[in-house]
Design a binder for this molecule. Sequence first.
Ligand SMILES: [Zn+2]
Length: 264
Amino acid sequence: MAEVRIIFQADKLWLRADAVARIAPEPPFHLPDGIQVQPEATFRLPEGILVQRVAADQPLPPGVEAMGLREAHARMASGAWLQAGRAYQWLEWEAGHRFCGGCATRLEPGEGTGRRCPACGRLVFPAHATAIIVLIQRGEGPGMELALARSPHFQAGVYSAIAGFTEPGESLEQAVHREVKEELGIRIHRLSYFGSQPWPFPNGLMVGFRAHHLDGELQPDPVELEDAGWFRLDALPLLPAPLSIARQLLDTAIRESRPEPSGA
Ligand SMILES: [Zn+2]
C-alpha cells in the first residue's frame, strides 16, 4: 500500500478526482496507489506525513486533479483541510528559509524545528504572519448592529469584520484597538477572545475577537476600505465564505442575538 502523501503543485493541492462522489472516509489527498512523481521539495510534517511539491509542468496523473486550497475546502472534511493547509504552510516556510536573512549563508538545521546560520549564528524559527480580526457590535439582542467593512479586494457586495496584521512588538489587543481606530475611526471596549484559525494564504494565523462600540462615528479609511457601515441583523450585506473565521464570528453573533425559544 502506498504511503499517504500530501502533494502540491505550485499552490494547488492534488486531490483524488473521484473525491466529490465519495462520501470519503479518508481525506481526498489520499491518492490512488502507484503514483510516481519527481518532487522538487520534500519533507515530513511533525506527525510523519510526507509532503511534496512537484514541478509546475508535471502532468497530472490519471484520477488526480489539482485545486487551490480555497476551492478544495468545499470538497474536504474540516480536519483534512486543516492538515493540508498546515502542510502548505510548512512547505512555504521551508521554501522561504533556505538562506540566512542577515548574511545570505545557507542555513543549517537548528534547535527543534528551527534553523541556524553557521556564519553569523542567527536563529530562525517557523513563524506566522499574525493578523487580528474583530467583530464590533452596538447594542444587544435582535436590535444589535454590527460594524462591517468592505475592502476593494473582496468579492462584489461582500462585507466583513475589521482585520489587519499585527506589527512587531505589539500585543494582539493593541493591534485590535489600533486597527479599529485606523480603519474605522472609532473606539471599542469589552474586547473578548473568540478563537483563532490557521490561514494558509500563504502563512497566516488569524486571531478573532469580539468587541463593543465605545464612542466615535464611522470614518472609513479611504486607502484600505471602499465602504463601512452599521448593519442591522435583518439587513445584512453578503457575508464572507464559510471557511473563514470572519464568517464564524458573524454566524455566532447572529445565533446569539436570536431570542431564547420559550420553554412552553
Ligand atoms: Zn547569517
